[in-house]
Design a protein around this ligand. Structure first.
Ligand code: SF4
Ligand code: SF4
Ligand code: SF4
Length: 391
């Protein structure tokens, strides 16, 4: 390693030691992806405060290469890193079967749902009151496409969690040098087949990764692209898109990953509830399909609603708030992600695979849709139509 790099590493190790200690009142951890950047970060953090055994959290899900798991065991054995293997609430295909849309460039849901839910459960188990009581050390390096948009300390919006990015000044070559030469650590062998540590199917396109996955995991690839094919082509939706004909082909949308630019069409929204206001001011929602009613979603407004059959009536409630709970209820896929808004009363039941809300105190903090994955990413969204005269 050259002198300049040595100096950079020394500085970073010093900074990591200081920051780790400064944040002792928070739940501190490394987001360990098995990629080279988070490996170099873990190694430097262990040089700084190894005696504290910082937790390195790796969330393994079904769209990940099995090789990553073997690699985790190898690194753990080699350096004694405290790497913990977590699982998401639900796997990719489970989520798709519950109605999620495929992953696009707009707020990719794989991060919160396939990784974030595993991290959130770990934090809850550690006694955190919310994701704001954690600090994530993340290996985002200068080789990442979007590194210039990030700061050393920022709020990781996907999880509403403070986050350090101590690796922004390091290039790919430097990171490989640090891991191999300074710490004698092996790089994940998956890099022999692709430039980044992708998933088996990733919404970002890389022809080497695609070729490798097609060869080794044909079943997963068939299922992944088959679902997108169903949603866009077999449903006939593609014909409704205002796109040039050359952007409507399977070659363009599936083989070239054109689906990542898909924008929700009005045809993807169905009216599932009718709303009108009574002269008394009460708001009435008629739910078209009674099986979509799940009263747990109404808890934040407990004591101010009444249900009769498929009709839900609210009083002393602003329309904004009743619309939120109704929209959440209509679109809920029981992913459990919204627990990050309320660790105390919301949790994901891993046996039943559903969100549970118990003990809600009606504080109102979760009366927003920002963290509802069903509302944001359900492919066929269900919405409310207003009928002003009540007919
Ligand atoms: S590798 Fe791709 S699909 Fe997998 S979590 Fe990262 S962005 Fe999502
Ligand atoms: S955030 Fe407040 S309103 Fe929402 S579930 Fe928790 S206690 Fe209830
Ligand atoms: S309300 Fe939204 S975030 Fe919560 S479990 Fe349902 S879909 Fe997921």
């Amino acid at each position: 390693m050259n002198k300049t790099l040595n100096h950079k590493v020394h500085e970073t190790v010093r900074w990591l030691r200081k920051s780790w200690q400064k944040c002792s009142s928070l739940h501190r951890f490394v987001a360990f992806s098995t990629g080279k950047d988070s490996l170099a970060l873990a190694a430097m953090l262990y040089e700084a405060v190894g005696e504290e055994q910082p937790p390195c959290l790796y969330v393994h899900h079904d769209l990940e290469f099995p090789l990553n798991l073997e690699y985790v065991h190898l690194v753990r054995g080699r350096k004694g890193f405290n790497i913990q293997i977590l699982r998401p609430h639900l796997e990719y295909f489970e989520l798709m079967n519950r109605g999620m849309g495929f992953i696009t460039l707009k707020e990719p849901w794989c991060i919160p749902l396939l990784i974030g839910t595993g991290l959130a459960d770990w934090l809850r188990h550690e006694g955190a009151g919310s994701t704001r009581e954690a600090i994530m050390f993340r290996g985002m390096s200068g080789s990442e496409f979007s590194h210039s948009l990030h700061r050393r300390l920022e709020l990781y919006k996907h999880l509403d969690m403070p986050c350090f990015n101590p690796m922004l000044q390091f290039s790919t070559d430097e990171i490989i040098d640090i891991s191999k030469k300074r710490y004698g650590l092996p790089i994940n062998p998956i890099y022999e087949h692709m430039s980044r540590s992708y998933c088996i199917c990733c919404y970002t396109s890389d022809t080497r990764r695609q070729a490798y996955s097609k060869r080794h995991f044909p079943h997963v690839c068939r299922r992944y692209y088959g679902q997108i094919d169903n949603l866009l082509f077999k449903s006939g939706l593609i014909e409704r898109a205002h796109l040039d004909e050359k952007f409507k082909t399977k070659e363009e949308k599936l083989s070239k990953h054109g689906f990542i630019h898909w924008k929700r069409l009005p045809e993807q929204v169905e009216v599932a509830a009718l709303r009108h206001q009574l002269p008394s001011g009460a708001l009435v929602y008629l739910i078209k399909d009674e099986s979509l009613i799940s009263e747990k979603h109404l808890m934040p407004l407990q004591g101010r609603w009444h249900r009769e059959g498929n009709e839900i009536r609210f009083w002393d409630v602003a329309q904004r708030d009743s619309d939120i709970v109704i929209r959440r209820m209509l679109n809920c896929i029981d992913c459990g992600f919204c627990m990050i808004e309320c660790f105390r009363y919301k949790r994901f039941d891993r046996k039943k695979k559903i969100l549970q809300i118990e003990g809600c105190t009606q504080c109102g903090k979760c009366l927003r849709l920002a963290f509802c994955m069903g509302w944001k990413h359900r492919f066929w969204r269900r919405d409310i139509r207003s009928i002003p005269d009540g007919r």
